[in-house]
Design a protein around this ligand. Structure first.
Ligand SMILES: NC(=O)c1ccc[n+]([C@@H]2O[C@H](COP(=O)([O-])OP(=O)(O)OC[C@H]3O[C@@H](n4cnc5c(N)ncnc54)[C@H](OP(=O)(O)O)[C@@H]3O)[C@@H](O)[C@H]2O)c1
Length: 250
């Protein structure tokens, strides 16, 4: 039913958390995946070991000036071209009250969530132009629409930037045959929340979710595969798919 077979996909931050779920699902569906990781070397090695040749990995800091372009070039080289990019790497960095935000923090949140994703995608464009199954997926967040919770203003606004960028690029790149979509996860149980949320906060969140549980990386993977597969998502572009168990309904 799907045509993910041999799809050549770069997943940034593809070893751990949501990215790890996306990589495992892609490899299981027959795609070939180039995974960039940062601190997740052990997870990357396990993916490569279990991937039966479908997964290759490389360490890179996407905050380094040349990191994003080098990752895109490596992925295209390793896979013999690129059909898709999943811009998953990102993070809140820290919870900081608005009045305490300085230039260094603002730069770090913007660079980690927005600038590197722009640069990875720009560097991948010549390869996507050469593909007849080309698409890009950004990873936004429920906080792009809700504004997030206290201390996450820059992160939430950065994710809103990605949601808007998704719509802009869908218009600009559609005529070149490149679809551009995003997923917007709700509260997904990963290391992200071990760093930024207390167990009490997570329990309160869970109690307000109609499906009665937090999300998992696997919950995010299916919609990404649908967006990437031309037979499933081939007429979808400029869309931001909400994956949140009913946490936000509007
Ligand atoms: N969890 C949620 O509830 C939630 C909700 C909405 C959106 N999101 C978004 O989903 C994406 C994945 O988050 P997650 O929940 O899976 O949390 P996570 O485990 O913290 O994932 C962050 C990812 O970004 C990578 N990364 C961090 N700094 C990097 C750097 N300097 N250079 C390259 N890669 C770097 C990490 O790679 P390593 O692990 O290899 O260091 C990791 O794969 C993020 O964009 C996050 O903002 C998460």
């Amino acid at each position: 039913m799907t045509d993910l077979d041999e799809l050549r996909v770069l997943v940034t931050g593809g070893a751990t958390g949501i990215g790890g779920g996306i990589t495992r699902a892609l490899a299981g569906a027959g795609a070939r995946v180039a995974v960039q990781y940062h601190a997740g070397g052990d997870a990357a090695a396990a993916l490569e070991r279990n991937g039966a040749g479908a997964v290759v990995t490389r360490a890179a800091d996407l905050l380094s000036p040349d990191g994003p372009a080098a990752v895109a070039a490596w992925a295209a080289d390793a896979l013999g071209g690129l059909d898709a990019v999943v811009n998953n790497a990102g993070g809140m960095v820290d919870r900081v009250p608005f009045e305490s935000i300085d230039d260094a923090f603002l730069d770090r949140v913007f660079d980690l969530n927005v600038r590197q994703a722009i640069k990875v995608t720009q560097a991948a464009l010549p390869h996507l132009d050469a593909s007849d199954r080309a698409s890009v997926v950004f990873v936004s967040s429920i906080s792009a629409r809700t504004g997030g919770s206290p201390g996450s203003s820059m992160y939430s606004a950065a994710k809103a930037f990605l949601s808007t960028l998704t719509r802009s690029l869908a218009k600009e790149l559609g005529p070149r045959g490149i679809r551009v979509n995003a997923i917007s996860p709700g509260t997904i149980d990963t290391a992200f929340h071990q760093r930024h949320s207390t167990p009490e906060k997570l329990a309160r969140t869970r109690d307000g979710i109609p499906l009665g549980r937090l999300g998992t990386p696997e919950d995010c993977a299916g919609p990404v595969l649908a967006l990437l597969a031309p037979t499933l998502g081939g007429y979808m572009t400029g869309q931001v798919l909400e994956i949140n168990g009913g946490q936000l309904l509007a």
